[in-house]
Design a protein around this ligand. Structure first.
Ligand SMILES: [Zn+2]
Ligand SMILES: [Zn+2]
Length: 152
């Protein structure tokens, strides 16, 4: 899967499928995206291969208070992925809207639905939680194994 920014300077490809995909309806993601929710694909950062350009890290406040580093194209400033300070730089949250075929990536869960926009109708085929959730309880075994390999 390949993706990139709006001006074409930053291009990347994912070396495998993501471990998990969050659709986050928190008010922070709404503000950051200027939209109703953010869709983030969680993947090992070393599986995000830059094929052109070099995104620039921008420190941004986050809901947890720990902040996040959003990687943006230095020219058009589109956010391509981010690292949350909780999980650190090994884990990338790729903005699935920047994938060329973002429609191939579907949320595994909808989170922070307590603050979702009232006109957003959640699909029946993905779990939804009012706030956050436990990866141990929700993620498939294969993804949990990848996650523990990443942080071991
Ligand atoms: Zn750009
Ligand atoms: Zn959020």
């Amino acid at each position: 899967m390949q993706g990139g920014c709006a001006c074409g300077e930053v291009r990347y490809e994912l070396a495998s499928a993501p471990m998990w995909v969050n659709a986050c309806h928190c008010t922070w993601c709404q503000r950051e995206t200027g939209s109703a929710f953010a869709v983030n694909a969680l993947i090992e950062t070393d599986r995000v291969k830059l094929t052109a350009g070099k995104p620039e890290p921008v420190h941004t406040p986050s809901l947890s208070g720990k902040g996040q580093t959003i990687l943006r194209c230095p020219t058009c400033h589109i956010a391509v992925w981010s690292h949350y300070n909780g999980a650190g730089p090994k884990l990338a949250f790729v903005r699935t809207g920047t994938l060329d075929a973002g429609h191939d990536v579907k949320p595994d869960i909808h989170i922070f639905t307590s603050t979702k926009q009232p006109w957003v109708i959640l699909p029946g085929d993905a779990p939804a939680v009012p706030e956050y959730f436990s990866a141990k309880e929700m993620w498939p075994a294969e993804s949990l194994a990848r996650r523990s390999a990443l942080f071991s």
